[in-house]
Ligand binder design. Structure first.
Ligand SMILES: Cc1ncc(COP(=O)(O)O)c(C=O)c1O
Length: 403
């Protein structure tokens, strides 16, 4: 006969004591006194926007990832839009992307009047499957947007080979992957253009902010114009040369990142290596703890890859549990573990269903994964106790629902 469970063993959702007293979020920024100092220095300077900090941040980030150029944008979404523009996407064109991503990856194709085409993901990494991508190439395809899901780099070698064969531009959505390594190179130095986000849950935070890295001078030039109304010089260049004259040569936007944000970015960049190391340590601890847990599958890592661990997505193995993902999610929330789900496949959002007629079943691997995924808390500021709380809660829920 089983002993009566203690109030620590009874799930909080069933009236037991939660593992934690307060909610642990799934992601959060870390801001130190030197970050605050860097921002206040800019507030006292002559430039709040489009000043020296922008170029400094761009050069530092380009050097860090190993790219020739970096162009800062006001968000990762704006940076994706810039990349779609620089790739020359226009009405009548198609661009292939992964359905298992944030909607912005596909939306940037729509912003240019082109059509996003979804190709299914590989079952292990949940990144764009190069074979499925090849099947979707038509005479209208102009670009491919692989996504480094959760910080595990997409399989860029075969995707770049496909692109070479068909004359396509590869825009890597590396918003999860600052610091990830693929076959010995950092994300940001491999694809034709790579896009980063500096949203607070990311590895480096500027509030809102984004960047495109590239080795091509023509793309960098086009990106710079696009973020500044399509104008061929910026205010600082005109200030320096004493000129008033400027020309608008393309239709662009105001997608500029401020000096205030860039100063924060530069200060945060100094801590990036340490933040990545901490995330990798947390991932290793999770992976070891969940290895033999019933009902839980940890994320896979391919050989010759070092993920950046923006997320730590587990998959709920319902074959070993007497419940479903929704209940596991609710149970973890009740334990005060701030879990999340990444992502509802983009083609299944009402906007995409209504506009393109998707009904489900188009990308079965991504759709099945979506039904199983739960993102556990993962951020570099997590304490050892936070990590152990997550492990305890996952263990508690697994034990309560195990078949
Ligand atoms: C994969 C992916 N792409 C694009 C974006 C958009 O970035 P931002 O929020 O900086 O606009 C995000 C943001 O969460 C993302 O996760």
């Amino acid at each position: 006969m089983r002993a009566t469970p203690t109030s620590q063993e009874v799930l909080a959702i069933d009236g037991g004591t939660p593992v934690r007293k307060t909610l642990l979020p799934y992601g959060r920024q870390s801001i130190s006194e030197d970050d605050i100092q860097a921002v206040t220095d800019v507030l006292r300077s002559a430039w709040l926007t489009t000043g020296p900090k922008v170029a400094e941040f761009e050069e530092a980030l380009a050097a860090w990832v190993g790219a020739k150029y970096a162009v800062a944008f006001s968000s990762g979404t704006a940076a994706l839009h810039g990349a779609a523009f620089a790739a020359g996407l226009k009405p009548g064109d198609e661009a292939i992307t992964s359905p298992l991503t944030f909607a912005a990856t596909a939306n940037c194709v729509l912003y240019q009047g082109a059509r996003p085409v979804f190709a299914d993901v590989s079952p292990d990494t949940l990144n764009l499957d190069p074979d499925r991508c090849a099947e979707r190439i038509t005479t209208s395809t102009r670009a491919v947007l692989p996504v480094d899901y959760a910080g595990h780099p997409a399989d860029l070698d075969p995707i770049l080979a496909l692109a070479e064969r068909h004359g396509l531009t590869v825009i890597e959505d590396a918003c999860h992957a600052l610091g990830a390594e693929y076959h010995g190179r950092r994300a940001g130095s491999i694809a034709h253009m790579s896009v980063f986000s500096f949203h607070p849950v990311k590895h480096l935070a500027t509030g809102e902010g984004g960047m495109v890295t590239t080795d091509r001078a023509d793309l960098a030039e086009s990106l710079r114009r696009f973020r500044n109304h399509g104008i061929s010089s910026d205010a600082r260049q005109r200030h320096a040369s004493g000129q008033w004259h400027y020309e608008m040569v393309a239709l662009g936007f105001n997608y500029r990142l401020t000096d205030v944000a860039c100063a924060l970015g530069l200060s945060q960049l100094k801590k990036l290596e340490a933040n990545l190391a901490r995330r990798r340590e947390i991932a290793a601890r999770y992976t070891a703890a969940f290895r033999n847990l019933r009902g839980v599958l940890g994320p896979s890592v391919r050989p010759k890859v070092n993920p950046a661990w923006h997320l730590y997505p587990i998959r709920v193995n319902v074959a070993q549990l007497n419940t479903n993902r929704a209940n596991v999610f609710r149970a973890l929330r009740a334990e005060n573990i701030g879990v999340n789900v990444h992502y509802i496949p983009v083609h299944l959002h009402p906007y995409y269903r209504d506009r393109f007629g998707y009904r489900g079943g188009e990308c079965p691997v991504a759709e099945t994964a979506y039904e199983q995924l739960i993102s556990l808390p993962m951020f570099h500021g997590m304490t050892g106790q936070d990590v152990e709380d997550v492990i305890a809660a996952v263990g508690k829920v697994s034990a309560a629902y195990s078949l």
